[in-house]
Design a binder for this molecule. Structure first.
Ligand SMILES: Cc1cc2nc3c(=O)[nH]c(=O)nc-3n(C[C@H](O)[C@H](O)[C@H](O)COP(=O)(O)OP(=O)(O)OC[C@H]3O[C@@H](n4cnc5c(N)ncnc54)[C@H](O)[C@@H]3O)c2cc1C
Length: 282
């Protein structure tokens, strides 16, 4: 377990908000923005959900007092969506109020497809009340173009990713090429009618498609941003920022890192090679 903890540190900025904010300071110095994620999902009881919301409120205050350029990303099952929508809504609204007090923004991550409708509905409701909240869509899901249209119409900011959860073929494209084509199509829609869309991917052809479409439509680089995960492709972050693109790094922290870490390993064999190399190097 201790070896795993050591290895997970490639993807996780530390166990505490203080450590994570230190990591953000280093990113900001390189012209990179951040989104801080206090790791957690599938909360078991209301007390845990409330504790996660407390942590986010402290985090937002910490971001403000450190003067760093960062917003926050959270998961609704961490706030008890699995226990009932009311539990999650109470926690989310508390965090949105705190974010509003500090002039900050909250991104609601997207989880497995059983939560898609509930997440979008809650974000739309919260957006109408507070404004400072956006969410994430997964290109792999067949429903995503319709969800993108609905969120864009309401002016809700969308982060587009491919999708990290295993989904059945009735709901999601099983083939990578289809997911890529879906990503490019939704990216075009978001550039045309979204509000400050974020393109979250480590995949260069996807990034190039966004850049080409923005050029074709005369959309300037301050109207959208690119995002990647902490620990993956740091050289590319710097290149994109130096080329004048807005760039945000997703920075997770906390002790509940195992599910997040497992998804990163499942996605890419190089991540596993990294682990193996680290083990052999001692
Ligand atoms: C900021 C951010 C937020 C996210 N939020 C969510 C969320 O809320 N919900 C969700 O389901 N998923 C989320 N994800 C995860 C996402 O859905 C994907 O699972 C993950 O990003 C992998 O997909 P990819 O687009 O990077 O492309 P992949 O198909 O994994 O990779 C495509 C190509 O990218 C390049 N590449 C990838 N990794 C590396 C590397 N380490 N070094 C060099 N090249 C590499 C390679 O060329 C590779 O072939 C998020 C991802 C990011 C970046």
């Amino acid at each position: 377990m201790r070896a795993l903890t050591f290895l997970a540190r490639r993807f996780v900025a530390g166990e505490t908000a203080k450590e994570a904010i230190e990591a953000v300071k280093k990113l900001n110095k390189k012209g990179l923005r951040a989104s801080l994620d206090f790791l957690g999902e599938d909360t078991e009881n209301e007390a845990q959900a409330a504790a996660a919301a407390d942590e986010y409120c402290r985090l937002l205050a910490g971001i403000k007092s450190a003067g760093v350029d960062a917003n926050v990303s959270l998961k609704l099952t961490q706030f008890g969506l699995n226990l009932g929508a009311d539990v999650a809504r109470r926690c989310l609204y508390r965090v949105l109020e705190e974010a509003k007090r500090h002039g900050n923004f909250v991104r609601v991550d997207m989880e497995g497809s059983v939560w898609t409708t509930a997440t979008i509905d809650m974000v739309l409701e919260a957006h109408a009340k507070y404004g400072n909240v956006g969410t994430v869509l997964q290109a792999m899901l067949r429903r995503t173009p319709a969800d993108a249209a609905r969120l864009s119409k309401a002016g809700v900011r969308v982060r587009l990713c491919k999708g990290a959860y295993k989904e059945p073929a009735e709901l999601a494209y099983p083939r990578k090429e289809d997911v890529n084509a879906a990503y490019d199509a939704v990216a075009k829609d978001l550039l045309a009618s979204g509000t400050f869309p974020a393109f979250a991917t480590h995949d260069d052809p996807r990034i190039a498609e966004v850049q080409a479409e923005a050029r074709r439509k005369g959309i300037s680089a301050d109207k959208y941003e690119f995002q990647m995960l902490y620990g993956l492709r740091a050289k590319r972050w710097a290149e994109l920022a130096a080329a004048g693109y807005g760039f945000r790094v997703y920075v997770p922290y906390g002790t509940h890192w195992f599910p997040y870490f497992s998804r990163r390993l499942r996605e890419r064999k190089e991540n596993i090679f990294f682990i193996v190399r680290s083990i052999f190097k001692g």
